[in-house]
Design a protein around this ligand. Structure first.
Ligand SMILES: [Zn+2]
Length: 166
């Protein structure tokens, strides 16, 4: 789903709705599956290019880096981004908070699916993991060293106990 930015009339807002049933993106820590994504995008022109306001909801499913089990993240993003067609000529560009939301585009066309996927990618933490109080995640995390200790201490005595009984 693409939109030709040139076709947006000044002072008019173009609204697009987008649903993604299932998409996969590559996050920093691995694959992230996006499910039931719904996005509303509102595009309009501004003196330097275009502005996109977006609301994105859905689920991002990835593996917890701590226990390895699936981790479901609810996504609810509302933000905006300014699209500028060309790089400004000024030699010294001071980025302020507002200008962090600027993206330079090379084509007068926007791929909405790609745009929404990138918006969700920003919402997924680099190292996704369950909440600290998630009991199964905690158990998986602490179980491994305990098991190793048990096996090491138990086995020699168990072997000895067998001979003492006989
Ligand atoms: Zn976990």
């Amino acid at each position: 789903m693409r939109i030709r930015l040139e076709e947006i009339q000044p002072n008019k807002t173009v609204t697009r709705e987008l649903d993604l049933e299932r998409e996969t993106i590559n996050g920093v820590s691995g694959e992230v599956v996006l499910e039931d994504v719904h996005a509303t995008l509102r595009l309009r022109t501004d003196p330097l290019g275009f502005v996109v306001h977006y609301d994105v909801t859905g689920r991002a499913v990835t593996d917890c880096i701590r226990c390895g089990e699936p981790l479901v993240l609810d996504v609810a993003q509302s933000d905006w981004i300014s699209l500028r067609v060309s790089q400004p000529d000024e030699q010294h560009i001071v980025l302020n908070q507002t200008e962090m939301n600027v993206r330079f585009i090379t084509e007068p066309e926007l791929d909405l699916v790609q745009f929404v996927k990138e918006a969700i990618e920003l919402a997924v933490p680099d190292y996704p993991r369950h909440e600290e109080n998630h009991s199964e995640c905690q158990a998986a995390f602490s179980a491994e060293p305990e098991e190793v200790t048990d096996t090491e201490s138990a086995s020699p005595f168990q072997a000895l106990a067998k001979y003492l009984e006989e």
